[in-house]
Design a protein around this ligand. Structure first.
Ligand code: SAM
Length: 248
């Protein structure tokens, strides 16, 4: 089945497409204290909640880039409903090919939960640093190992041990790039359960409402496999945090 359709169905009920609670997200946005008309770039912006919320709080301008046509449609609708002025542009494209205009640098650049775009966490930090103003902020959402993953989990989840670091390593990697880690927001079991189990609910609702969808069997199988992987291993093994750095 089309991957963007799959993602749209599984994340239909999510406001944030990552394991961060909406309360923690709001605290994070409040803490950023951006200047009015600050320039923000959100790579893999999902449903655009970060940019729209920052525009509501600080009247920033910005750009959101995402490859999913469903996400960009949701972003534009959210922008129309919640922001009077057109301060944010949403672009549907592969973010690895996104280039800011010549000389354009941002006050805040974020990539929350999509570091594969830059071939991993370190690549993401380097790429974002290159388009952030000196003294500007970089926010990256990244998983981390809470404990050593077992081989069975790595195989089923199609991960390798070296794909991720520990929480400490994620901070150290950014600081090794000459940035100062200012703040971290770590998801707990409750946050993760909300993120994962909302997908179970959304899949069930889709199948109930669309019994003739030819993709239902694949959808149900994939959802069942993800559910099992999460409750058997992921819940105890995988952490998630947003790391906020200042480019010095
Ligand atoms: C885990 S979600 C995070 C979305 C958003 N940052 C959030 O936290 O709500 C990952 C996002 O990456 C987007 N994505 C995946 N590959 C991409 C690519 N090559 N370029 C741009 N966006 C991409 C997906 O469409 C999805 O919205």
């Amino acid at each position: 089945m089309d991957k963007w359709k799959y993602y749209n169905i599984t994340h239909k009920l999510h406001v944030l497409c990552n394991p961060l609670s909406e309360a923690k997200f709001e605290k994070f946005c409040q803490l950023l204290r951006l200047k009015p008309r600050g320039q923000v770039l959100d790579i893999a912006c999902g449903k655009g909640e970060l940019l729209v919320r920052l525009a509501e709080l600080y009247r920033i301008s910005g750009v959101g880039v995402d490859l999913s046509p469903y996400c960009i449609r949701d972003c534009k609708e959210k922008h129309r409903k919640r922001l009077r002025q057109s301060s944010i542009t949403f672009i549907e494209m592969d973010a690895s090919r996104y280039k800011p205009k010549p000389g354009e640098v941002f006050d805040l650049v974020s990539c929350i939960g999509a570091s594969w775009i830059y071939k991993g966490y370190l690549g993401t930090l380097k790429a974002l640093k290159g388009i952030t103003k000196p003294g500007g902020l970089i926010a990256v959402g990244e998983p981390f190992w809470m404990k050593e993953p077992c081989d069975e989990y790595l195989t089923v989840a199609d991960l390798s041990r070296d794909d991720l670091g520990t929480h400490r390593e994620n901070i150290q990697v950014g600081e090794g790039e000459g940035m100062n880690c200012l703040y971290t927001l770590v998801s707990n079991h409750d946050d993760w359960d909300h993120y994962e189990t909302l997908q179970w609910l959304a899949v069930d609702e889709h199948i109930q409402a669309n019994p003739d969808d030819p993709d239902n069997e694949e959808l149900a199988n994939r959802s069942q496999q993800n559910k099992e992987t999460y409750i058997r291993w992921g819940r105890e093994t995988l952490g998630w945090a947003i790391y906020l750095f200042r480019k010095t």
